[in-house]
Design a protein around this ligand. Structure first.
Ligand SMILES: Nc1ncnc2c1ncn2[C@@H]1O[C@H](COP(=O)(O)OP(=O)(O)O)[C@@H](O)[C@H]1O
Ligand SMILES: [Mg+2]
Length: 241
């Protein structure tokens, strides 16, 4: 079956500096796939490539079987890819409700949007209690939830998350991971970037390990969890950072 998202032999650069070397990975429809790697291994840049924020020098990005490499970001979002970026980028001065509605700005079906707000809030009851609170006054974990809920408001087929557990207290880390699994059970495919291998692999179906812009290991999450090279890859990543 054609994967929902496919990166094929991506080479990317910032000026003269190469970030990705023949990067290939895929997200099958309905799955959670995680991209693991230490600091500066090229994880966030992978998100930029998927979202059209950086054009690779060579290689192809396909979504639902169609080539989307080099397309403008709004067009990619309209295809059904939502992102929860690093540091979450909420509108701090706006309320939780306003932030959530911003996630649906590409949609014209206003009545369905109201229904989706209800549906999303059942997944995030904590946010339902805070709809009129300014987003900037929420805790880190709550802000992460707003970012995830906002992404869902666009009815995406694929949601891309950059280090969703970073900086959260252990309690919120578990809660956010549970929510990612719940979003996936609703039928949304997930591509998540994480430094924390054991946490990410606990909810993922498949994983890839990125080291200095190259995939060095990949496979089903359960077998990666048992693989001693995961540990080595992380020590390597940490030493290089
Ligand atoms: N806008 C940029 N301009 C130049 N170099 C960048 C830029 N963003 C990231 N880099 C470099 O690209 C490499 C990969 O960065 P990144 O994808 O952010 O890694 P990760 O998310 O895995 O920490 C790093 O060496 C980083 O310094
Ligand atoms: Mg990053």
């Amino acid at each position: 079956m054609t994967p929902l998202l496919e990166l094929d032999k991506i080479n990317s650069f910032y000026g003269p500096v190469q970030v990705h070397f023949e990067l290939s990975l895929s997200v099958p429809e309905g799955k959670i796939v995680c991209l693991l790697g230490g600091n500066a291994s090229g994880k966030s840049t992978t998100m930029k490539i998927i979202l059209g924020l950086l054009k690779p020098r060579s290689g192809t990005v396909r979504f639902a079987g169609e080539v989307i490499t080099g397309e403008a970001t709004p067009r990619i979002i309209r295809r059904g890819i939502a992102s929860v970026p690093e540091a979450r980028r909420l509108f701090a001065a706006m309320t939780v409700r306003e932030n959530l509605l911003m996630g649906a700005y590409v949609r014209a079906d206003r009545q369905a949007v109201a229904g989706d707000l209800d549906r999303v809030l059942t997944l995030f009851p904590r946010l339902a209690e805070r709809l009129t609170q300014r987003a900037g006054t929420l805790s880190g974990g709550e802000q992460q939830m707003v970012a995830m809920a906002r992404a869902l408001m666009g009815r995406p087929k694929l949601i891309c998350m950059d280090e969703p557990t970073m900086g959260l207290s252990p309690l919120f880390v578990d809660r956010v991971l549970e929510l990612i699994a719940a979003i996936n059970r609703e039928g949304v495919s997930v591509f998540m970037v994480e430094q924390n291998a054991s946490l990410a692999l606990a909810i993922a179906h498949e994983g890839y390990v990125l080291q200095a812009g190259r995939i060095v290991l990949s496979g089903p999450a359960a077998s990666l969890l048992r693989d001693p090279r995961i540990r080595d890859a992380y020590l390597g990543g940490a030493a290089a950072a």
